[in-house]
Design a protein around this ligand. Structure first.
Ligand SMILES: [Zn+2]
Length: 309
């Protein structure tokens, strides 16, 4: 992997470069430490450690000062064992980390317990739901009403998408969409996705856009749904590449297919400047209400998390 975090539970992810790593750690322990315990050739060597941005387990930084022959870029590799000074080590999360897991996650594979990564994910939804919706809007061109956003989150919570083993803190907006089931787009506005608008005009001739750009009542009844399928995670040159497919559908058949590239950096820097203040506020309130309803007493654990803002 080419990214790191300083601590488990932190939302801050940075690229591994010598300058950034030295700057952020101040070359201090536990990120810099002498490998006393190892019995192999590494014993007595000074090594660098950090935390995996996807599973929160410790990683060793390779190639910061001694560049291996097979790469021109330093990278992180799971240590696979607890490292002094890093208090978090979770074997179950390690096994499911997309950098380690060889097979594609199936939609039905779920983590067993609500702690660690799933709790971090719920914390992100709780504090950044407006930014999550904004990210999906910009990828699909659907301008979400608050009601549609509520339907997405409700379906996600009913499916317990936060326990899905392909879910990481970094792909949260896309996983909310992935577990939203099929939703009707009637009454929603579209913007900026010409291919999708063209496909609607071509394949759903009864569809009509009103003066505000909303999908409105046409001459005859029509149906337009959206859904998200086929989440994929592969490692290419030590980097995680994630995609899923966005579909516009009429009943059983898709008339629009679009591959969405999952780009965590975009979400991590996403703001809600594109929203009127009332929409941001209503989305925040909706997230709190829906999470409280579904989590019950576990909501206290979320509210105790350090804020992700
Ligand atoms: Zn990991």
């Amino acid at each position: 992997m080419h990214d790191f975090k300083l601590k488990a539970g932190s939302p801050v992810v940075k690229e591994i470069t010598k300058r950034t790593f030295e700057q952020d750690t101040g070359r201090r322990a536990p990120w810099y430490q002498v490998n006393e315990r190892s019995s192999g050739p590494e014993k007595g060597r000074r090594s660098q450690y950090a935390v995996c941005p996807l599973c929160d387990n410790p990683i060793q930084i390779i190639g910061l000062y001694h560049r291996p022959k097979n790469t021109d870029h330093p990278y992180g590799r799971h240590s696979g064992k607890p490292i002094p000074g890093f208090d978090h080590f979770d074997v179950e999360e390690l096994r499911e980390c997309p950098y380690i897991r060889k097979r594609k996650p199936t939609k039905s594979s779920r983590r067993e317990k609500l702690s660690g990564i799933p709790l971090t994910i719920l914390g992100i939804i709780h504090t950044r739901f407006p930014e999550i919706i904004r990210t999906i809007e910009l990828d699909t061109g659907i301008q979400f009403s608050v009601k549609l956003a509520e339907k997405f989150l409700t379906a996600y919570m009913e499916e317990r998408g936060y326990l899905y083993t392909g879910a990481t803190p970094r792909n949260t907006p896309w996983m909310v969409a992935y577990f939203s089931d099929s939703q009707s787009l009637f009454g929603q506005s579209l913007f900026g996705n010409q291919a999708f608008s063209d496909a609607i005009r071509e394949h759903v001739p009864d569809a009509r856009f009103d003066n505000d750009g909303r999908l409105a009542k046409g001459g005859r009844y029509y149906e337009i749904n959206c859904c998200f399928i086929d989440h994929g995670q592969i490692i290419v040159n030590r980097e995680l590449k994630e995609t899923m497919e966005f579909q516009g559908r009429q009943a059983a058949a898709p008339f629009h297919r679009q591959v969405i590239q999952i780009t965590p950096q975009r979400f991590e820097t996403m703001t809600t400047t594109g929203f009127p203040p009332w929409k941001t506020q209503q989305l925040q309130e909706a997230a709190h209400r829906i999470l409280s309803k579904h989590l019950g007493p576990a909501m206290n654990q979320l509210e105790a998390l350090p804020s992700n803002r």
